[in-house]
Design a binder for this molecule. Structure first.
Ligand SMILES: *Cc1c(COP(=O)(O)O)cnc(C)c1O
Length: 256
C-alpha cells in the first residue's frame, strides 16, 4: 500500500514517465478481533478510491483490495498475476503457500528472505527473483534500536508518502480513521519494522518494472519460475509426510 502511494505520488508530481503501468491487487482477511488488520484493509480501500478516481492515474495505476478472498478467487487471480508480492518481514514466516501457487503459474516473486520465499529463490536462482528487505539476523540486530522516524526523515519519497497519510488526503471526510496506521508505522515498537524495508522494497519494485519492459527477459524468468516449481508439488509434500510421519503402505488399485 505504501508503495502504491509512492507510485501515485510520483505520477502526480510528473515524475512517473518511466513507471510501468500497474494494477496492484491486495487480498487477505482480518480475524474478527484483529483491529489493526481491519485498519490496514480500511486504509487500502481509501487509498484505492482516491487513486482509481483520479483521471491522471487511468491506464497507469490501479489499486484494488479484493473482498472475500478465497480459493475460487485465487484460481483466477493466480494465473493472471505477473508479480507475486511476498512482503512479510523476515522471521514472521508469513509467506507459505500463496507464493508457490504464483510461482507455478509463472509469476515472478518480489520477496523478503522469509518462509518459503527462501526455498523459492534457491530453486529458481537469485537472478529470477526480486529480493528486498532485512534478513532475520539483521532484524534481530536492529530490534531495540529501531527508529522509524529517522528512517522516514532521511528518505524524501518515504516522507512524502507519510505526509499524504498524515494530511488526510485519503480520508478527507473521515478525519482520524487512518491515524492508527500512520502511528504504527512511526512506532519504534512496531515488531514488523515496516519502515525498515520501505526503501529496499521501492528499489526492488523499480528493478522489477525495468525487467518487465524487456519482454523476452521477463518471459524467460517467468518460464524458469514455472519450470523450477516442481519441488513444491502436493505429491512431493504428501510423499514426504508419509515417509517421515504417517508411514502408510500405498493401496494397490486393481485394474478392472
Ligand atoms: C494459498 C491461499 C492461502 C494461503 O496463503 P499464504 O501465502 O500461504 O499465507 C490463503 N487463502 C487462500 C484463499 C489461498 O488460496
Amino acid at each position: 500500500m505504501l508503495h502504491a502511494i509512492h507510485l501515485y505520488d510520483r505520477i502526480r508530481r510528473g515524475d512517473g514517465d518511466d513507471i510501468v503501468p500497474r494494477a496492484i491487487l491486495i487480498g487477505g482477511k482480518a480475524a474478527p478481533g484483529y483491529a489493526m488488520a481491519k485498519n490496514v484493509i480500511k486504509c487500502i480501500n481509501n487509498v484505492a478510491r482516491v487513486i482509481n478516481s483520479d483521471p491522471v492515474m487511468e491506464d497507469r495505476l490501479r489499486l484494488v483490495f479484493y473482498p472475500d478472498y478465497n480459493v475460487s478467487a485465487m484460481e483466477l487471480i493466480c494465473p493472471a498475476a505477473d508479480l507475486s508480492e511476498q512482503i512479510s518481514t523476515a522471521g514472521k514466516e508469513a509467506s507459505g503457500t500463496g507464493n508457490m501457487k504464483f510461482m507455478m503459474n509463472g509469476a515472478i516473486t518480489i520477496g523478503t528472505l522469509d518462509g518459503a520465499n527462501v526455498e523459492i529463490r534457491e530453486a529458481v536462482g537469485e537472478n529470477n527473483f526480486f529480493l528486498f528487505g532485512l534478513t532475520v539476523d539483521e532484524i534481530d540486530k536492529v530490534r531495540g534500536q529501531y527508529d522509524p522516524q529517522a528512517i522516514i526523515d532521511s528518505d524524501e519519497d518515504f516522507s512524502r508518502v507519510m505526509h499524504l497519510l498524515k494530511s488526510e488526503h485519503f480520508n478527507r471526510f473521515e478525519s482520524g480513521v487512518l491515524d492508527a496506521i500512520h502511528q504504527s508505522i512511526c512506532e519504534p515498537a512496531d515488531s514488523w519494522m515496516t519502515a525498515a524495508d520501505f526503501r529496499s522494497f521501492v528499489d526492488a519494485q523499480a528493478a522489477a518494472g525495468e525487467a518487465y519492459k524487456d519482454t523476452e527477459r521477463w518471459t524467460t524468468m517467468s518460464i524458469l519460475n514455472t519450470a523450477s516449481s516442481g519441488q513444491f508439488s502436493t505429491d512431493r509434500t504428501m510423499r514426504e509426510y508419509n515417509d517421515d510421519i504417517w508411514k502408510l503402505e500405498p493401496i494397490k488399485l486393481s485394474s478392472k
